[in-house]
Design a protein around this ligand. Structure first.
Ligand code: G3I
Length: 359
């Protein structure tokens, strides 16, 4: 079912481009798969699949209305993550009232285009509904709210998502626990509880912890290393560690990325790059784009060098739709496709790295 859906879309796009060229509507084809990459016409996902991995990109629901964007997402990638659609504020906007509209829309789109879906996220300090953050809860009440949320959401998406970011961003930079509502009310044991409830609701889905600034060796990644080691020892279900990969040229490439991925893999969990983007201080120029391309290649190489690194997800794929300018004014240009969906040098770097591993 998967291959025909993808071929039909690619064929449709190619036909449309040829017709437009004949009619003089466009100057030249822009972002067709792979041709400026590793000298191949294979998509990033096709190349990643050759070494048993996926290559994906996140999508926020409103972006699906951008058909040019949605078409390319569906042809180039093999996996997607909802940027917001499965977060608590979206899935349980009122206590005990669940709304799966946004997440379901992405699952439907993904199925129609042969993409697998990573669930994001069951528990996070951000984008919680008001009813939860403004309430005062006893530990028993909050435990029951958390258990009910995890159980209902995981059961709803059973068989539809291959992995869940069960707990997102639970550590501070210095490796101490973030004082989110769950930690403050329940103590650190909420993490193991969340993982157990998720497992009870879906015995097959891969259960991840996920965070940013954990790509390098350092106190924050050390904290996760210690936690996952402990969870494994206590036989708490934990299957993976997600390294978001929100990088910025001005802060330098994360030191020891490959070694870091490997040490988690050696604990017996999968690892994945879950939200990759590499921003820069604007304006972009040739030098910065070349450095960005080099970094994208390095991240891809690092994942490919670690057997249990199962895949890479970009956080969006085009500068047309990216969270960065709103959060870091003056920064951006973080993705491998520009605002007009043309390949940037980063695309070729990723394609080359994947092709080298596949061959
Ligand atoms: O839904 C409202 C809409 O009603 C309103 O009109 C609009 C006006 O600004 O805002 C909409 O909410 C926005 C929401 O995304 C949905 O589009 C929020 O303002 C905006 O802050 C929110 O940003 C999201 C951000 O998480 C929140 O922290 C980004 O789209 C999303 O890409 C980003 O993703 C996170 C990951 O989940 C975790 N790791 C970091 C990553 C980047 O911050």
């Amino acid at each position: 079912m998967r291959a025909p859906a993808r071929r039909v879309r690619a064929g449709t796009t190619a036909l449309a481009v040829s017709a437009a060229l004949l009619l003089g509507f466009v100057a030249a084809p822009t972002a067709q798969a792979g041709t400026d990459g590793a000298g191949t016409t294979k998509t990033l996902h096709e190349l990643a699949r050759e070494s048993g991995r996926y290559f994906g990109a996140a999508v926020d629901n409103p972006e699906l209305a951008d058909t040019e964007f949605a078409d390319l997402l569906g042809t180039e990638f093999g996996q997607t993550t909802p940027g917001n659609g499965m977060k608590w504020y979206a899935t349980e906007p009122q206590r005990g009232v669940f709304d799966f509209t946004a997440g379901d829309e992405i699952v439907r789109y993904a199925r129609a285009n042969g993409l697998k879906v990573r669930g994001h996220t069951l528990l996070w300090h951000s984008q919680l509904p008001d009813w939860l953050t403004s309430g005062t809860w006893t530990p028993d009440e909050l435990r029951s709210i958390l258990k009910n949320h995890i159980t209902k959401v995981v059961k709803h998406y059973r068989g539809k998502v291959f992995a869940w970011d069960v707990a997102n961003e639970i550590m501070n930079e210095d490796g101490t626990y973030r004082e989110n509502i769950f930690y403050k009310t329940l103590g650190p044991g909420y993490v193991a509880d969340a993982l157990r409830w998720a497992r009870a609701a879906d015995p097959k889905v891969k259960l991840y912890l996920n965070d940013y600034n954990v790509e390098a060796l350092g106190p924050k990644s050390d904290a996760y290393y210690t936690l996952i080691k402990q969870l494994k020892k206590e036989r708490v279900p934990i299957d993976g560690f997600g390294l978001q990969g929100h990088l910025a040229l001005q802060y330098g490439f994360p030191g020891g990325l490959k070694e870091n991925l490997q040490r988690f893999a050696d604990l017996g969990v999968d690892v994945a790059i879950t939200e990759l983007d590499i921003r820069m201080i604007l304006p972009a120029d040739e030098t910065k784009l070349a450095e960005q391309a080099d970094w994208y290649g390095q991240v891809t190489d690092a994942c490919l060098a670690v057997r249990r690194c199962v895949g890479i997800t970009l956080w969006g794929y085009t500068d047309r739709h990216s969270w960065i300018p709103a959060v870091f004014p003056g920064e951006g240009a973080a993705l491998p496709w520009d605002e007009d969906l043309r390949h940037k040098p980063a695309y070729a770097a990723i394609s080359r790295a994947l092709a080298a591993a596949g061959s």
